[in-house]
Ligand binder design. Structure first.
Ligand SMILES: Cc1ncc(COP(=O)(O)O)c(C=O)c1O
Length: 385
């Protein structure tokens, strides 16, 4: 939840500014009087130290826009992970490309060996999706450069995360993010992409606005067009909320990291519990902790017991079927016509790791009593087993 837990004066200030300085709601991003979404983009680009940021209507729109801008199109294969949310898979499909989901390792990010093994003559890109912590960026970059593949990062779940000190979202040619209600920062519904590449940025801004080239010297109605696009524009009101949220980023990350460091330490002392391995523990944004138990039964018993105490798990195991390639019969049959059997049997390593896992969302507002309940519940279940 993080940023959404702190909605208040800052977001309201920017919304008020819109009502006072321009006109609310009806202004789109490229209207001459629009300023909020544009200012958000400027500040995001500064935050990442990149030349360009482009805001859109959702994280799903952001990853589709990013992949399109990077050059993914019909007939291409895009290698990604078997543990993610459906959105990037849907985006790949929508562009006429084929998602190739590979097994994860103990970091719960894709296994670099599995990525290398999945490369074919049709592979155009690797879509890396850091799941609340870094993947092995160095090895994936090496695979991409030696096989001439484009690296795109969907860091929707990892705003504020870093790998070897460099922000996730900056390790490929373009990075995408979500600002939905459950992410590190929230604008209700929104997303954005970041890149240093001028042409990729132009393609992103055109694709997300019906192909408009955004020539400032002519009225919008006379604007030129190079490529077909769509409407993924962000509204000014959403831009205003995003501006307020961005001012909270350091505070949110500090609070998440200090809370999750303490809880992780306590969980790592519980016999029978394994805190998931990380490619860069210091770089985790701290909004999610994942632990593995020895069996699926123990994981679901713990999640059930936590729920009785009013504590929901985050995705694992609560919403696993939305996040594991092995549960997506509708996707594989849309591609292959009748591949559900493959889904049921596929990705055994990923299946084994995910079904034994419990993920906990770190609220910025909870206190140590919440932590004690969580740790106590794990201890009780494991002592009873
Ligand atoms: C990896 C990933 N990409 C994209 C999205 C989609 O973001 P949104 O909900 O803003 O469309 C999500 C949402 O959870 C996600 O986890």
């Amino acid at each position: 939840m993080a940023g959404a837990e702190l909605f208040g004066d800052r977001e309201l200030k920017y919304i008020r500014d819109i009502f006072e300085r321009s006109q609310p709601a009806i202004l789109y991003r490229y209207h001459p009087k629009a300023w909020a979404a544009a200012l958000f983009e400027t500040r995001i680009a500064e935050h990442f130290g990149l030349n360009h940021a482009h805001a859109v209507s959702s994280g799903t729109a952001a990853i589709e826009t990013a992949l399109h801008a990077a050059g993914v199109g019909p007939g291409d294969e895009v290698i990604t992970t078997a543990f993610t949310f459906l959105a990037p898979i849907e985006a790949i499909l929508k562009l006429g490309a084929r998602p190739v989901c590979v097994e994860i390792d103990e970091t719960l990010n894709f296994d670099p060996d599995a990525v290398a093994a999945a490369v074919t003559g049709r592979t155009k890109a690797v879509c890396a999706i850091p799941m609340w912590g870094a993947y092995d960026v160095a090895r994936i970059q090496e695979i991409c450069s030696s096989r001439n593949l484009i690296l795109v990062e969907d860091a929707a779940q990892c705003l504020g995360g870093t790998y070897r000190g460099k922000a996730l979202g900056k390790h490929g040619v373009i990075g995408s993010f979500s600002l939905d209600f459950g992410k590190t920062l929230s604008a209700g519904e929104a997303g954005f992409v970041v890149t240093d590449d001028e042409e990729i940025y132009r393609r992103a801004s055109e694709y997300s606005d019906h192909g408009h080239v955004h020539d400032p010297s002519v009225p919008r109605g006379q604007d030129g067009v190079r490529l077909p696009g769509f409407n993924y524009r962000i509204s000014e009101l959403t831009g205003a909320v995003a501006l307020g949220q961005l001012e909270r980023l350091d505070d949110v990350l500090n609070r998440q990291r200090s809370r999750s460091a303490k809880l992780k330490q306590s969980l790592s002392e519980v016999p029978g519990l394994t805190v998931r391995r990380s490619s860069d523990p210091e770089g985790e944004p701290g909004d999610t902790i994942i632990v593995q138990l020895e069996t699926e039964a123990l994981a679901s018993a713990t999640a059930g017991r936590l729920l009785e105490k009013g504590i929901g798990s985050k995705i694992l195991p609560e919403a696993l079927s939305w996040h594991f390639a092995g549960a997506w019969d509708h996707i594989w049959s849309a591609i292959d016509g009748g591949a559900p059997a493959r889904a049921a049997e596929g990705w055994p390593r990923t299946r084994n790791l995910l079904y034994r896992s419990v993920a906990l969302g770190i609220s910025v507002n909870e206190d140590s009593k919440w932590d004690d309940t969580v740790v106590g519940t794990f201890r009780t279940i494991l002592e009873e087993s």
